[in-house]
Write a protein that binds this ligand. Structure first.
Ligand code: FVH
Length: 292
């Protein structure tokens, strides 16, 4: 009981798949927990585990200083917080949003007398409370607030603070997930190439995974080139050589009866950069073609 009293009390608004997973870890760690969800039935299991269920969001916000939200989207945050008194509250919003929404929400919270932290969750619900899965949350906004609550925020997953700009957590979240979708697109193309052959996808999978892991550290060289402005720095396979190889990829794609629609946009950007006279560079110049 002594231990429980010392733990920061938490209010959790939103008990979907992610909100419930988060809430459960604070309960398990002995934090006094108040929860609220639009559909009350979703709070029942947590109530039997020791959570106090508030009847309204207003009551839940009034219960504690530290308020966490994990709702569907920014519109639901508006609806849930309407009418609540946020004066002197520490608001930590783990709802996925755009950087612009996060910045607007930080200003909105400040106007209502609250301190604000935004979060971008780099995990799926089964990873919450299981540190060995490597799940973590990006935080941005008030550094003072992050430091004050870091211990409590670290209960469900690792924490990575990325700056005072409240939009940075969302930006990092979207940047990493965008890279993930690029990787999924590449893997989809690879599986499509072998789809009609007598090759077991389960035999290709470990080869693909190992290759992607081996190539991933290339992002450090890209970052180094972007910082220095020298896109030839450390180049191993220059753009001219790589563009010369693209017909082989496109012909193979055609021969295998596969659509080039996932591969072609990147190859087109590589060719455009080459046409600008950048044949000695790495692939880094493609980034500049993407930025308006
Ligand atoms: N689940 C995942 O894999 C991802 C992993 C990365 C981060 N996301 C983000 O987390 C937010 C919540 O996601 P979730 O998985 O918990 O989503 P749901 O299970 O669909 O629960 C949604 C909760 O939001 C409540 N809600 C929706 N609309 C409203 C509204 N207008 N007013 C009040 N509450 C609302 C909903 O309530 P109910 O339907 O149970 O009444 C749930 O509590 C999300 O931003 C992900 O992008 C998850």
């Amino acid at each position: 009981a002594q231990n429980t009293v010392e733990k920061t009390p938490v209010t959790m608004l939103g008990l979907g798949a992610m909100g419930t997973a988060l809430a459960r870890t604070w309960l398990a760690a002995g934090h006094p927990l108040t929860v609220w969800n639009r559909t009350p039935a979703r709070a029942a299991a947590l109530a039997t585990e020791g959570a106090r269920v508030a009847d309204t969001a207003v009551e839940a916000v009034a219960a504690n200083t530290l308020i966490l939200l994990c709702l569907l989207d920014d519109t639901s945050v508006d609806e849930v917080l309407a009418g609540t008194d946020l004066a002197d509250r520490d608001l930590v919003n783990l709802t996925t949003s755009t950087p612009a929404q996060a910045r607007a929400r930080a200003a909105w919270a400040r106007e209502r007398g609250a301190r604000y932290l935004d979060g971008g969750i780099m995990a799926v619900p089964p990873m919450i409370g299981v540190p060995e899965t490597g799940g973590y949350v990006f935080y941005s906004g008030s550094r003072e607030l992050f430091e004050r609550h870091q211990e409590t925020l670290s209960v469900p997953a690792g924490t990575t603070y990325v700056g005072e700009d409240a939009g940075f957590a969302a930006l990092h979240d979207v940047a990493l997930l965008s890279a993930m979708y690029g990787m999924f697109a590449g893997a989809a193309h690879a599986f499509a190439l072998i789809r009609k052959e007598n090759i077991d996808p389960a035999a290709l999978a470990p080869l693909l995974a190992d290759w992607l892991v081996a190539m991933a550290p290339a992002v450090h060289q890209t970052a180094d080139q972007l910082r220095s402005g020298d896109y030839t720095k450390g180049v191993v396979s220059n753009l001219a050589m790589q563009v010369a190889g693209t017909p082989t990829f496109l012909s193979t794609t055609e021969q295998q009866g596969v659509s080039p629609e996932l591969l072609s946009p990147y190859f087109e950007l590589m060719s455009r950069r080459l046409a600008e006279g950048s044949g000695e560079e790495d692939l880094t110049g493609v980034i500049d073609l993407l930025v308006n």
